[in-house]
Design a protein around this ligand. Structure first.
Ligand code: SIN
Length: 347
């Protein structure tokens, strides 16, 4: 049996207290460590998404500033959208807001957002996203370790090119930059164009050097990334929509303290309202600025010209209907129907 002297006992006590203090201060330091949310995206600050990311950062700083910090990296300054999807899955970043088109390798259901002439306007997209089937789309990434938080709008897409793209035959042989989406690829092939998947950050230079001839995007992206400077014609086709899915890493999200997560939920709801209520106006302002610049001629389609584009692209719906699923197709068609030109032939 070991007998301890008074000196030994005091020393042992000292060691135990010191170890306890060290453990307490380490766990305290961990608890006090700010939670970092890295949020890269690919467009400029002066866009619906750019403004949304800033708003989110500001609201988090005001309401959770001692516990959470948001770092926003606009204009692909940290990484491209493609790289960000992978980095999010690996937990290297914590939030993204990428176009649904770019998530099509994770779930085919998101391909619905790219179907040409499915949604007539922002209101139609909003109706679909608010429907039970639409809301359920936010959960479909869970099997991939990702958690959908919200839908953010940008706006309707327009075609731009070196000549007026008034009819599908005007697209024949042109190289079109598209997002990383199989539906968009099929859409351009359907009109005889040559689709080139390319990150957003490379588009301006590709148009400038002639690596691609044409592209499709929203007025806010065309204006803020200055594509109108290198496109002689922009045609208001309104043939598709850019919709973002705000996504986080599932493990990051579920590991958050409950009170932080619920405050973030509220901030995200407020930010989403902020983005979605301004997106259309921001696109209208961008369109006016492009018009004022005089650098690109802006053309409208006649109803007959629009119908010709719709007819040429109609087979794309059938090509992807099976992968998207009948429930999603039906809900999207129903949401778009009330404002749709009934001359459309897709159904
Ligand atoms: C974006 O709006 O985030 C980019 C869209 C694109 O890649 O064209």
């Amino acid at each position: 049996m070991i007998t301890l002297t008074r000196k030994d006992t005091l020393f042992l006590l000292f060691v135990l207290v010191a170890a306890g203090l060290a453990a307490w201060s380490a766990s305290n330091a961990l608890a006090n460590k700010k939670i970092l949310i890295k949020f890269p995206h690919s467009v400029s600050i002066n866009t619906p998404k750019g403004q949304g990311a800033e708003k989110f950062r500001e609201l988090v700083a005001a309401r959770l500033g001692t516990r959470v910090e948001v770092e926003v990296y606009p204009s692909a300054s940290l990484m491209t959208d493609d790289a960000s999807i992978e980095a999010l899955a690996f937990g290297e970043i914590q939030m993204i807001a990428v176009p649904a088109s770019k998530l099509d390798r994770l779930t085919k259901k998101f391909q619905v957002f790219d179907l040409p002439f499915l949604f007539d306007d922002t209101e139609a997209v909003e109706r679909f996203q608010a429907s039970p089937v639409g809301r359920n789309l936010l959960t479909v990434l869970e099997s991939k370790g990702l958690h959908g938080l919200a839908f953010w709008h940008n706006g309707m897409k327009q075609f731009g090119g070196p000549k007026p793209l008034l009819l599908p035959e005007d697209a024949v042989g042109l190289k079109f930059r598209i997002m990383e989406s199989d539906v968009l690829q099929a859409q351009i092939l359907a009109v005889g164009g040559n689709p080139q998947k390319m990150p957003f950050a490379e588009v301006y230079q590709a148009l400038q050097t002639g690596a691609v001839d044409a592209q499709e995007n929203t007025y806010s992206n065309l204006y803020s990334s200055r594509f109108y400077e290198v496109q002689d014609y922009i045609v208001e086709t309104n043939h598709g929509f850019v919709s973002y899915i705000l996504v986080t890493n599932m493990k990051f999200w579920t590991d958050l303290p409950d009170d932080v997560r619920s405050e973030l939920d509220e901030i995200i709801a407020e930010t989403s309202h902020f983005v979605n209520s301004r997106a259309k106006a921001m696109n209208d302002i961008a369109k006016q600025k492009i018009l004022d610049s005089g650098q690109s001629e802006l053309l409208n389609l006649t109803p007959a010209q629009r119908l010709a584009w719709q007819k040429a692209m109609a087979p794309v719906w059938e090509q992807f209907r099976g992968d998207i699923g009948e429930d999603v197709m039906a809900a999207a068609i129903a949401a778009g129907q009330s404002s749709r030109d009934t001359g459309a032939t897709q159904e």
